[in-house]
Ligand binder design. Structure first.
Ligand SMILES: Cc1ncc(COP(=O)(O)O)c(C=O)c1O
Length: 356
C-alpha cells in the first residue's frame, strides 16, 4: 500500500529523515510571504526535471487539483472568452474537496455532498469521440489521470492521450493532468505523461513527492499561469520542513533512477502475478503500469482478499469490489515482490478454493 502510494521510498527512508532533522533544527515554518531555501531548491529541482517553468506548492493532492482548476478557470476567463467548463472522466478520482469531488467521476464519493460546484462534465475514459462531443465554447480544460488509480487502475491508451492533446490544441483549451498518484516515478517515468510523448499545460502532483510527508505541487508553463499574488495561497504550502523532506526524497529518487527501477519492478510484479494467476481461473486480468497494479477477479472477492492478505502480512486495497490494488514503494525488492505474489496466491487459495 505504501500509505496510499505516498511512501515512494518506503517507511522512514534516511534521505527523508536526515532532511527533516536538519531542517527542524534550522527553521520549521515561516510566513509564506518569504521564500525559503528548501522551497526554492525543490522548485528548481522539479523545473529542471520537467518541461515546466512554474511551480506552486500545496499540502495535499486535492488542494493541488483545486489550484490546477483555478489556474484553468482564470485562463478561461481571460483568454477563452469566459470559458469555465471542465471535462473529466467517468470513474476518475481527484480528491475529496468540493471542486475535486465535482471533477471526480464516482457518484458514490460526491452524491452525499450535492449540490456540487457547477461546470463539470464527465465522459467515458479512453473514448476520444465522447470527449469531442462534450466540448463546447464554454470548455476551458480537460482534466484526466494518465492511469485512473482509485477508479480501479485503468491505464489511458497511448493513442487516447495523444488525441486528447491534439484536440485541446485544436480547440485552444488546456490539458490538465492529475498525476497525484501516477507521478514521481510510480508508473515508470518521473511523470506518466512522458510515456505518451506529450506535455500537458498543467500537472498536479502529490503523494510520492514528499516521500511520506504531506506536500503537493502544481507545475505549469508561465503563459498559462495568470494568477496574481493574493489570488491563491495556503498557510503551510511550501513549508520549509516539508519541502526539505521532499527535496531529500526527490534527490535520492532521481540519483537512484527510481522511475526506471519502478518500470522494471512493475514488469516483474505483473509477470509474477500473471504466472501465479494461471492456477486461478477466477483471476480475469492483471493490469497497470509500473508499480500501480491491479488484480481483477470474476467475482466480488476483493474485500475477502484484503483480509486474507493482511493475515499473511501484506497490505493491499480493494480498489473495486472485484479488484485488488498493489502500490508498493518504488524501492521494493525482487524478493519482496516474490513474497507478495506468493501471499496473493495463498490468499486466493483460501478465498476461492477454501484452502488455508
Ligand atoms: C489521482 C488523485 N488525485 C487526487 C488525490 C487526492 O489526494 P489527497 O488525498 O492527497 O488529497 C488522489 C488521492 O488518492 C488521487 O489518487
Amino acid at each position: 500500500m505504501s500509505g496510499w502510494a505516498a511512501l515512494s521510498l518506503g517507511h522512514s527512508h534516511p534521505a527523508v529523515i536526515d532532511a527533516l532533522k536538519k531542517q527542524a533544527d534550522e527553521l520549521m515554518h515561516v510566513t509564506n510571504d518569504a521564500y525559503t531555501v528548501p522551497q526554492v531548491m525543490l522548485g528548481e529541482l522539479l523545473i529542471e526535471h520537467s518541461p515546466f517553468d512554474r511551480v506552486y506548492f500545496m499540502n495535499s493532492g486535492s488542494e493541488a487539483v483545486e489550484l490546477a482548476m483555478k489556474i484553468a478557470r482564470k485562463y478561461g476567463q481571460q483568454r477563452l472568452g469566459g470559458a469555465f467548463g471542465f471535462i473529466s472522466a467517468e470513474r476518475g478520482f481527484h480528491g475529496r474537496t468540493m471542486g475535486a469531488l465535482a471533477a471526480g467521476g464516482t457518484p458514490r464519493y460526491s452524491a452525499p455532498f450535492e449540490p456540487l460546484p457547477p461546470g463539470f462534465d464527465h465522459v467515458p475514459f479512453n473514448d476520444i469521440a465522447a470527449l469531442k462531443a462534450k466540448t463546447t465554447a464554454e470548455t476551458c480544460a480537460v482534466l484526466l489521470e494518465p492511469t485512473q488509480g482509485e477508479g480501479g487502475v485503468f491505464v489511458a491508451d497511448d493513442s487516447y492521450v495523444r488525441e486528447v492533446r491534439a484536440w485541446c490544441d485544436e480547440k485552444g483549451i488546456l490539458l490538465v493532468l492529475d498525476e497525484v498518484q501516477t507521478g514521481m516515478g510510480r508508473t515508470g517515468s518521473l511523470f506518466a505523461f512522458e510515456q505518451y510523448g506529450i506535455v500537458p499545460d498543467i500537472v498536479a502532483i502529490g503523494k510520492g513527492l514528499g516521500g511520506g510527508v504531506p506536500v503537493s505541487a502544481v507545475l505549469f508553463k508561465e503563459d498559462v499561469g495568470l494568477l496574481e499574488a493574493g489570488e491563491h495561497g495556503t498557510t503551510f504550502g511550501g513549508n520549509p520542513l516539508l519541502t526539505a523532506a521532499a527535496y531529500g526524497a526527490m534527490t535520492w529518487l532521481l540519483a537512484n533512477d527510481l522511475p526506471a527501477v519502478a518500470a522494471e519492478s512493475g514488469a516483474y510484479l505483473m509477470d509474477g502475478l500473471r504466472r501465479m494467476a494461471q492456477a486461478f481461473p477466477n483471476v480475469t486480468e492483471i493490469r497497470g503500469r509500473g508499480l500501480l497494479v491491479a488484480i481483477a477477479f470474476d467475482k466480488d472477492i476483493a474485500g475477502d482478499m484484503v483480509q486474507a492478505c493482511v493475515d499473511r502480512g501484506l497490505l493491499t486495497n480493494p480498489v473495486k469490489p472485484n479488484a485488488l490494488r498493489l502500490t508498493p514503494p518504488l524501492t521494493v525488492s525482487k524478493e519482496e515482490i516474490d513474497q507478495a505474489v506468493w501471499i496473493v496466491g495463498q490468499a486466493l487459495a483460501e478465498v476461492v478454493v477454501g484452502k488455508r
